[in-house]
Write a new protein. Structure first.
Length: 69
């Protein structure tokens, strides 16, 4: 089962909807393409919002950072 998440990077305006096979945990590294190039980013926060935009009415926000935690 996959998990649809809204992803933001380094508190910027860059927001993207991403499908993960497994929900990433805080401290894990996630690889994704940003601006046409691959980037390894660290998960800094995961938030579950009960009244989101998914079919079941929830939303998961994953905040990523390029900084070392």
């Amino acid at each position: 089962m996959s998990v649809q998440c809204r992803v933001s990077v380094d508190d910027s305006q860059y927001i993207q909807d991403v499908t993960f096979q497994v929900l990433p945990r805080i401290g894990e590294t996630v690889s994704m393409a940003i601006g046409g190039s691959a980037a390894n980013l660290r998960v800094s926060r995961v938030v579950h919002l009960p009244e989101g935009e998914s079919p079941d009415g929830s939303l998961i926000v994953v905040e990523l950072t390029s900084k070392i935690l």
